[in-house]
Design a protein around this ligand. Sequence first.
Ligand code: PBG
Length: 323
Amino acid sequence: MPFPQTRMRRLRATPALRGLVRETEVAPSDFVYPMFVVDGLEARRPIAAMPGIDHLSVAEAVRETAEAAALGVPAVLLFGVPAEKDPEGSGAWDEDGIVQLATRAIKRAHPETLVIADVCLCEYTDHGHCGVLRGGSVDNDATVELLARTAVSQARAGADVIAPSDMMDGRVGAIRAALDDEGFTDVPIMAYSAKFASAFYGPFREAAGSTPAFGDRRTYQMDPANGDEALREAQLDVEEGADVLIVKPALPYLDVVSRVKQATGMPLAAYNVSGEYAMLKAAAAAGFLDERATVLEALTAIRRAGADLIITYHAKDAARWLQ
Ligand code: PBG
C-alpha cells in the first residue's frame, strides 16, 4: 500500500528502531589487517602514500599484531619486502625469507591470531612482475611451480591460511596439491579469484617496491571492464579447491562482490586496497571528509554487497571505533 498508509520513515524514527531493522553489521571479527614486513629494517618506517601504515621489522610486526588482536581483529595478512631481489623471486620460498621469519615470530607470540600469507612473486622479482619471465612475458606454468613451493614454505613456517594473489591460471589447484602432498591438508586457500589490473594498487606498489620495471599486469590481472569473466574465474577457483574467494579492489567493484557471492555462495573476502585507503586518508587530512564516518560507511557497503570478510588497512582504526 502506498503513501499515506506506508510511511518508510516510521522505522527510521529512533536509533533503537533503526538498530532493530538494520540488515548489515560490521564487526572487528570481519577484518583482516595487512602488514608490510621488511627484511633488514630496524623498527618501523612510514609509507608516504599510506598514512598510518608503516614498513615493519619482524619485532614491530609482532607488536602490531598484538595491537590488532587486542582490538578484536582475528587475522593479519603478511606481505614481505626482501633485502635482495632476483629474476625468479627466490626470496619468496626461502625457508628464512622475511614472511617465513615473521610468520614464525607472530605465531610464537600470538598463536591465536591467524597469519595469512600472501603468495606472489612480485615483491621478490627484480623486474617486479608476479612471475618468471620468458620472452618478455610472464611464463604461467613455470610460475605456478614456484608459487606452490612458496605456499609450502609458508605453511611450514606456520601460516594458517595461504592467499595467492598472482593471477596465474591453475595455481589454486597446484598449491592445493602441493600443500596436501606435504601434509598440510587442513591449511585453507584464500584465493584472489577476481583481481583486476587496477590503478588503485599504486600506494601498495610503493610500499612493496613491486612496480613492474616494464609494461603492466594486464596479461594476468583482469580487465576492469569485465564482470562475467570474474564469475568464470571464481568458478574455476572453486573447482580447483579454493576455500575462500577474494574480489579486489572492493569499492569500485561492489557489483562483482555481489555477483560472485550470489553465483558461488562461497565465503567471500573483499580487499579494500591501498588506493581506496589513501583516498579517504587524504581527503580526511585535507578536512574534506569525516574519516570515521566515511570509513565505517565504506566498510558497511562492502559487507552489504556480500563480502563476509574485509581485508583493510583501516582494520585497527575501525575496530577501535566499533568498540
Ligand atoms: C601483488 C599484490 C598487489 C596488491 C596485493 N598483492 C599489487 C599488484 O597486484 O600490483 C595490492 C594491494 C593494495 O593495493 O592494497 N602481489
